[in-house]
Design a binder for this molecule. Structure first.
Ligand SMILES: Cc1cc2nc3c(=O)[nH]c(=O)nc-3n(C[C@H](O)[C@H](O)[C@H](O)COP(=O)(O)O)c2cc1C
Ligand code: SF4
Length: 481
């Protein structure tokens, strides 16, 4: 599936031209989203609101750049020129919180692709340079860095590891998943990581955190989202041993990493990006639209109910209680997984090549994440909460974002795909400029389709730099397969 073969059945956001048309459409479709009609200007805009974390880090405004990898590091895990270009764009975007920049593996075997960044001793110098480059670029563009908070997202890709070849999965799993094992060709008795493996991995997270601090990063994100290993712990309901079954056991991984960081890297702030809800994996249905891969009770959706297609945040709240007890203040929300239910993770009008046509207007996906994030912010006002999945809003992104901030449904608006196509969107909104329409992300999903086909990620349709690359032709060929 890809744009070209697929004719979307939902109106394009660009067609919802006026506030009245947009509001009527949301009402007709029962989409629970609200927005301000006129954006506030200058200091009265909630996007300008600064924040100081309890750990003493300053965040100069309410825009956050979400982590996004480009599948473009060197095979030994160092940043390439393409990586640096992307990070530079994040640095000069105008956002004052850079959440992790991109997923960085803590050990080789846990890399999601052979070009994922890897934070080991050999690469420490390059990470220091990367951090310094971000500071320098931000300083050059905005004249200061004292209110720029840059963190690093640490990860192990678990079920989705491909450390050595773009085409060979080398999964590390915590339990046998009845649907995902099958979907990705693993036998039911595929070996699970042992408690000893986990314990040595925890040491790697702690060592990587020490290095991140040495490199200059002010916080690390212990990633718990998108079906990767951290997230898989949360649904390890069947796993034997000290990391499975009870919520206490399923959060032990996080607790042990946090304890190690507190002792080995004092002063380093910790954040958690989490899939606050999950659903059953989806697959292509008879008409090309996504349908649930199983009917009936589904037991593995952390933050979901047994239907597999609705949220139940009660365990999410238990996890957040744990974060509170651990003194963690920075929480970035997301949902599901790009590998098995992308429409709830990154709502898009055109599906990625390994996805399915959207089974709902993607605005529902946006509204769902905003609503669940608001429930968290309401229950835990002491967290600094960053929401995700705003890119699909396109022209309406600032209007919905301002409404969310005014209503205290989140503290910061996270931007993913939109900054790949339109890197200086935050700066434009903060300056009161109109959005530049040709740069608005139209959710073509090429930045996901490319890596699914072994090609570096980037905004091929809208970023002139990627448009003229030879990879653009490879991508076109892959989409026409
Ligand atoms: C190309 C690409 C790479 C991504 N890489 C990461 C990543 O490394 N870590 C992560 O937590 N999320 C990653 N994401 C998810 C985004 O951070 C974000 O949650 C998602 O795109 C939805 O936000 P948006 O609607 O603003 O795009 C990635 C998304 C895209 C499109
Ligand atoms: S390829 Fe560009 S336009 Fe398409 S989803 Fe990604 S950022 Fe948006």
């Amino acid at each position: 599936m890809s744009e070209g073969k697929y004719k979307p059945e939902y109106p394009r956001v660009a067609q919802l031209k006026t506030a009245e048309i947009f509001r009527d459409y949301l009402k007709k479709e029962n989409i629970d989203l609200d927005f301000v009609e006129e954006l506030s200007q200058g200091n009265s805009s909630p996007f300008t609101k600064p924040y100081q974390t309890k750990a003493g880090n300053s965040i100069g405004n309410a825009f956050c750049i979400l982590p996004m990898e480009g599948w473009d590091g060197t095979t030994d895990g160092k940043p390439s020129e393409l990586t640096k270009r992307r990070w530079k764009n994040f640095a000069i975007s105008g956002a004052k919180l850079l959440w992790g920049c991109e997923a960085v593996a803590v050990r080789h075997e846990g890399r999601a692709n052979p070009n994922q960044l890897l934070l080991n001793d050999q690469n420490l110098g390059e990470f220091e340079e990367l951090y310094q480059m971000v500071e320098k670029e931000h300083q050059g563009a905005f004249g200061n860095t004292n209110d720029l908070l840059t963190g690093l997202q640490l990860t192990h890709s678990g079920r989705f590891c491909k450390p050595n070849s773009k085409t060979k999965m080398e999964p590390k799993i915590l339990y046998s998943h009845p649907i995902l094992n099958k979907k990705f060709g693993l036998p039911d008795d595929y070996p699970v990581m042992t408690d000893d493996d986990i314990s040595s991995l925890i040491d790697d997270y702690i060592s990587a955190s020490v290095r991140a601090q040495k490199a200059g990063f002010k916080f690390v994100d212990i990633k718990h989202c998108h079906g990767y290993l951290g997230h898989e712990f949360l649904s390890a309901y069947d796993r034997e041993g000290i990391y499975g079954k009870s919520i206490e056991n399923r959060t032990r991984f996080l607790r042990e990493i946090v304890a190690g960081i507190r002792s080995e890297a004092p002063g380093l702030e910790i954040g958690v990006r989490m899939s606050i809800f999950d659903w059953v994996p989806f697959q292509v249905g008879p008409d090309g639209k996504g349908i649930p891969s199983s009917q009936g009770n589904y037991a593995y959706a952390f933050g979901g109910d047994s239907s597999g297609i609705h949220e139940d945040l009660s365990e999410t709240f238990e996890f957040l209680d744990e974060l509170k007890n651990l003194g963690i203040e920075l929480v970035c929300t997301t949902a599901g997984s790009p590998y098995y239910n992308p429409h709830i993770q990154r709502p898009a009008i055109f599906p990625p090549s390994d996805g399915y046509n959207p089974p709902e207007d993607p605005l529902h996906g946006v509204a769902r994440q905003i609503k669940a994030t608001a429930a968290i912010k309401k229950a835990y006002p002491e967290f600094y909460v960053i929401g995700s999945a705003y890119s699909y809003l396109q022209e309406w992104l600032p209007n919905v974002g301002e409404f969310v901030l005014n209503a205290k449904m989140a503290d910061s608006i996270g931007l993913g795909r939109m900054v790949l196509s339109y890197p200086d969107l935050p700066a434009d909104i903060l300056a009161g400029n109109n959005m530049k329409r040709p740069k608005i992300c139209r959710t073509f999903s090429d930045c996901t389709t490319a890596p699914r086909n072994g090609i570096i990620s980037g905004c091929y349709p809208l970023d002139p730099f990627y448009k003229k690359m030879e990879e653009h032709d490879q991508l076109k060929a892959a989409k026409n397969k």
